[in-house]
Design a protein around this ligand. Structure first.
Ligand SMILES: C[S@@+](CC[C@H](N)C(=O)[O-])C[C@H]1O[C@@H](n2cnc3c(N)ncnc32)[C@H](O)[C@@H]1O
Length: 242
């Protein structure tokens, strides 16, 4: 029997009991959804959409690809994919994020969780996850679910931010993501929850299991050729084939 693999230990400064984590995450995304696209534009100096598109190209996206964008949020990865294929479904548990996304673009959206996908076996060619793996309850069970809905030969593409290995690099990223971005977010949105979301963003990155554990969990779930490609030292792209 394989044990569960939470992406990070409970963060008690945000919720008092581990069981409250899911509710906390749902609520903070619901309440800050209208600011999400503006915040990520600021975070990546406007390059986030281009980077997501390039990652999709590297994963082999083409006009015939049936894609599930898991944890689609407002649909940033899905929108990049729609430039190439029209067969895109976005999934997210936050009604706030789904509703904010609907105002910007139209594609099929489903309200559900990554851990329990409401799709038949072997439904998709590519499954993407943009900056959301840290919010799942258990990586192993989630990756098994991914394997189930991918057709044989189908691929998973997971985008994540990984702190640099050097203590200087980590301290720099901590200062930028943990202090500068929450401060700028507060200035831009005048919304305390949006700034809190960005602090939570860094704290989950800082506490996240290392890349080796993510790759092992993909292999444990039955994926082959699990690997990690890194851009600019911090942007991790995990890919694996069913
Ligand atoms: C940082 S946003 C990422 C949005 C988008 N993928 C992107 O690349 O910008 C994280 C998203 O994960 C979603 N999420 C949180 N828990 C989830 C779960 N258990 N299953 C699927 N999505 C989840 C949140 O609602 C939120 O929309």
């Amino acid at each position: 029997m394989t044990t569960t693999l939470p992406p990070h230990p409970p963060l008690e400064q945000y919720y008092s009991h581990p069981e409250s984590r899911e509710q906390f995450v749902r609520q903070i995304f619901d309440e800050t959804a209208e600011w999400y696209d503006a915040i990520i534009g600021m975070l990546s100096f406007g390059s986030g959409n281009r980077y997501r598109y390039q990652a999709l190209e590297r994963a082999g996206l083409n006009a015939g690809t049936k894609l599930l964008d898991c944890a689609t949020g407002t649909g940033v990865v899905a929108r990049a994919a729609l430039r190439v294929t029209k067969q895109v479904i976005g999934l997210d548990p936050s009604i706030g994020m789904l509703t904010a996304g609907r105002r910007v673009s139209s594609f099929t959206r489903v309200q559900a969780k990554a851990e329990r996908l409401p799709f038949a076996d072997e439904s998709f060619d590519l499954l993407t996850v943009g900056y959301a793996l840290r919010h799942f309850a258990d990586l192993r069970a989630t990756f098994e679910e991914y394997r189930r809905v991918l057709r044989p030969g189908g691929k998973v593409l997971i985008l994540e931010i990984t702190p640099p290995r050097t203590s200087f690099g980590r301290a720099l990223l901590r200062f930028y993501l943990g202090n500068v971005i929450p401060f700028l977010t507060r200035l831009r949105t005048r919304n305390a929850d949006a700034a809190k979301l960005m602090r939570y963003f860094w704290d989950t990155i800082d506490a996240c299991v290392p890349p080796e554990s993510i790759l092992s969990a993909l292999r444990d779930a039955g994926f082959e050729s699990a690997k990690r490609h890194v851009e600019l030292g911090v942007f991790s792209e995990y890919t694996a084939t069913r």
